[in-house]
Structures are given as structure tokens and as C-alpha cells.
Design a protein around this ligand. Structure first.
Ligand code: CTP
Ligand code: CA
Length: 224
């Protein structure tokens, strides 16, 4: 449903969004990934576009259609996501990191499929830490207004506040996982310097519209 009366609260603004999981290869046919449908990030991309923003969406492997009017760049790994985000970051006013980025990747990707040798021996994986895309963007000179997401299984407010401080970002959006993974509904807790505000359980598309309104308020209130 296209609502032609959507208030254009982000008119003239530009938003870069990461969404979905990342996929970290073990060999040409295997890999490790995170649980994420990409639904929340894609809903936010659509809501931003409908609110009048120019939107670039960097997506990991997801099974979702591209929202109308949104420029989409598909990537697999966390490193590829960073490589797509970095050159575009300061060209956007806002960066929203909804992606469930794999924290670690296999230290080596085998060139060929790893085969069973019949001995019953199992391979051992060594890991390397992936770059923190959000923290890297937030640390750029003249960074965009950075919005982080945090899926936590407990102590939502506490973890969100700590994460916001650690990544040095103005706004973090927390939700309780894994109960919400792949679902069409969610509930969000917005945490910024002013405190916390809850957006109660609703369809992700509805929450995305509410989040865009909250974002617009914060952008308009900035003195810079
Ligand atoms: N994020 C990112 N790059 C990473 C890890 C996380 O950009 N390598 C972003 C996510 O997109 C999200 C925010 O950082 O917006 C928080 O992600 P989360 O996984 O909750 O935080 P971590 O710092 O990875 O901490 P942990 O997983 O240990 O809770
Ligand atoms: Ca993580």
C-alpha cells in the first residue's frame, strides 16, 4: 500500500543502511552466518525512502525484494560490507547499522571443498575477528549521524547503554532476540543521551515508520 500522504520528514536527507546477516566462507561450499532475516532493515530502508530520503541499502544474503526507489548493494562477508560502506559513509547524512554482522570469520578460507578423509577426524576452525563496521564509521572525521541496533537476550537497557557508549554513537535501538528473529513483529527501545523511549510491539513496517519519525526529530534538533 502506497500512502501518498506519508509526511516527508526526511526530505532532502540521505541515509545509508546495512541489513541482513553476513556470510563468512569456510570453503567454496560452506560458511558460517548469523540469524537475521533482514526484515527490520529493509522496512527501515523503505520507510526512509517514503519519508523523502535518498537511501542506499547494503545487504547481506537475504530473501527480500528491494524497496522501491532504494539503491541496493549486495554483499556476503563482513569485510565486503565494510568495503561497500566505507567509501559511501560520509556521502550520507545518516548511517543505520541494522546488519547482524558475524563477529568472527574463519581465519582461512580453503580454496577447494574440504573432504572427509574417511578417518572420522573432524576439521578444527580458527577464527579472526571481523572489523566493527559501525564503530569504524562512527570514528570517521565528520561521521554521519550513526544509529546502532542491539539484539540482546537479557538486560536490554543496560547492554544498550554500554554499547552506545563503547561505539560512541548518538542513538542505539535495542530489541530482545532471538524471539523476534524472522518474525514480522518486534518491540524497540530507543536509547540516546536523553534517556530511553519504548516503541511497543507492532509490525516491523509500522515500527520502521515510527523510528523514522524519531530519527527526524533528532536530526532536526541537532545544532550542527
Ligand atoms: N556491528 C557492525 N559491525 C560488527 C559488529 C556489529 O557494524 N562487526 C553493528 C551492528 O550492525 C549493530 C551494532 O553494531 O548496529 C551492535 O551489534 P552487536 O552485535 O549487538 O554488538 P557487538 O559490538 O558485536 O557486541 P556483542 O555481539 O558482543 O554483543
Ligand atoms: Ca556482535
Amino acid at each position: 500500500l502506497v500512502n501518498h500522504f506519508t509526511p516527508k520528514v526526511l526530505a532532502g536527507r540521505s541515509v545509508l543502511i546495512t541489513a541482513g546477516p553476513t556470510f563468512e566462507a569456510i570453503d567454496p561450499v560452506r560458511g558460517i552466518t548469523n540469524r537475521s532475516s533482514g526484515k527490520m532493515g529493509f522496512a527501515i530502508a523503505q520507510a526512509c525512502e517514503r519519508a523523502g530520503a535518498r537511501v542506499t541499502l547494503v545487504a547481506g544474503p537475504v530473501a527480500l525484494p528491494t524497496p522501491a526507489g532504494v539503491e541496493r548493494i549486495d554483499v556476503q562477508s563482513a569485510q565486503a560490507m565494510l568495503d561497500a560502506v566505507l567509501p559511501r559513509a560520509t556521502g550520507h547524512e545518516v548511517f543505520i547499522a541494522t546488519a547482524a554482522v558475524a563477529d568472527w570469520r574463519p581465519a582461512h578460507c580453503a580454496e577447494h571443498k574440504i573432504k572427509k578423509d574417511g578417518s572420522g577426524q573432524t576439521p578444527t576452525l580458527a577464527f579472526t575477528e571481523n572489523p566493527d563496521i559501525l564503530a569504524t564509521v562512527a570514528a570517521l572525521p565528520n561521521p554521519p549521524y550513526c544509529v546502532g541496533f542491539a539484539a540482546e537476550s537479557e538486560k536490554l537497557l543496560e547492554h544498550a547503554q554500554a554499547k552506545r557508549a563503547r561505539k560512541r554513537i548518538p542513538l542505539i535501538v535495542a530489541n530482545l532476540g532471538p524471539a523476534t528473529f524472522g518474525q514480522d513483529d518486534n518491540a524497540l527501545l530507543l536509547v540516546d543521551a536523553e534517556g530511553a523511549r519504548e516503541l511497543p510491539r507492532a509490525p516491523k513496517t509500522e515500527l520502521a515508520t515510527q523510528l523514522v519519525a524519531e530519527l527526524a526529530l533528532r536530526l532536526n534538533a541537532r545544532t550542527t
